[in-house]
Design a protein around this ligand. Sequence first.
Ligand SMILES: Cc1cc2nc3c(=O)[nH]c(=O)nc-3n(C[C@H](O)[C@H](O)[C@H](O)COP(=O)(O)O)c2cc1C
Ligand code: SF4
Length: 431
Amino acid sequence: MTRTGARGRGSVPPVSGGAGAAKPEAFLTPGEIGPVAVPNRIVRAGTGESMADAGGMIGDDYVRLHEDLARGGVGLAITGHMYVHPRGRYGPRQAGIHTDEVIPTFRAVTDAVHRQGGRIFAQIAHSGSQSMVADNRPLAFSAVPNVMTGRAVGEATDEELQEAIDAFGQAARRAMEAGFDGVHIHGANGYLISQSRSPLTNRRTDHWGGSQERRERFALAVVEAVRRQVPDDRGLTMKVGLRDILDVPGGLSVEDAVEGAAGLVGAGLDGVETSSNLMSDYVNASIRPYVAVDRKRALEDLLVHRLHKRPEPEAYFLPLARALRRRVDTTIILVGGLRRPETLSALIEDGDADFLSMARPLIREPDLVRRLAAGEQGMPACVSCNICLMHDEHHSLRCWRTPRKRLWEHAVYRALGGFRKTGSGRKPRAH
Ligand SMILES: Cc1cc2nc3c(=O)[nH]c(=O)nc-3n(C[C@H](O)[C@H](O)[C@H](O)COP(=O)(O)O)c2cc1C
Ligand code: SF4
């Protein structure tokens, strides 16, 4: 990966912008992730589409969503997490890549994206004990109730863990047969791989636990199994949890997590997306609200309660990316609250990141990159209100602030107790 020049290590410019802000073009330059040429540095972060049926099969709305993102100028799209094994299914509307039957449906997606000149990686995942599906038997490294769902779980046998590793490998094979440009392993945000790496959830003393070196073995085995299925002309990246974000001591430290990530790169990753590991809720950890929302934006979007509050900071995982950069030479995909064009360019020019991954702004504006490139827009319209996150696994992915009538639909659904009636075993997320 060739990095674009350097302004010297700086920090994200203040929300007010001002002198010294970088030219907003650096994020529009082409780059490579392993062997995959990407037309610009903007990645659509894995964002659950909630568009699958009871069997995990996707339909035309999923194809359209990804075609729109590619047409809208996103350099690389990472799909929402797809479950590799039914026991690892996160929610009732999640897409699956657990059977060969889904291959033709994903072929339609990759064909549509490629017709628009885009690139797309399949995000493959196993939610482990964080599964919110009522009628499955969640898999767990140790008998530790899941911090998000509260569900009690038993300790997995060696055979069950091997089955999960094989399931990741088979899912990667299917992704390749479906024409994806690469695979993105979900190794963050509290799911099975995060659970395997944290001393809080992996209390085993066998081959898979007992020391940090042994707690890394499951993730390494997954990367190796997936790498065997991904040929040299396709990419392999991973969202890696680099810190447990909980209110309890004894979790995975940044130092240990970074050391583990270096091992995963050695096992064959072409790049790492930096995120949090275990967490007690999504909002306070990896999907933070009201990023860069100043008074003007608050007023425009009827966020009365934000009128007298400061904008929440951008690029909140930057310290993790910097810690990783210091330890290992790999392509870094930064995610988490990336908003203003001057911020995007500064991150590339400073060498803090090679690619910039965005989720919420591209839900509201799938054509955001094309408009930024045309100089039509200064600031993404998304205000990180997280209403789309509340509807994850309830309704298909969309922005609930535009058109405005959707805010009313949201209010009615909420008032009628919709978030409590999903048929899944989930605990409502803290919002
Ligand atoms: C509705 C919704 C669904 C998400 N689903 C996923 C997912 O499937 N896989 C994943 O790795 N992250 C998922 N995320 C987290 C995003 O990838 C991203 O890390 C986070 O939203 C912060 O980036 P942002 O500030 O650009 O939104 C989701 C976020 C949202 C809002
Ligand atoms: S509902 Fe719309 S404005 Fe709110 S976070 Fe989601 S995409 Fe952004």
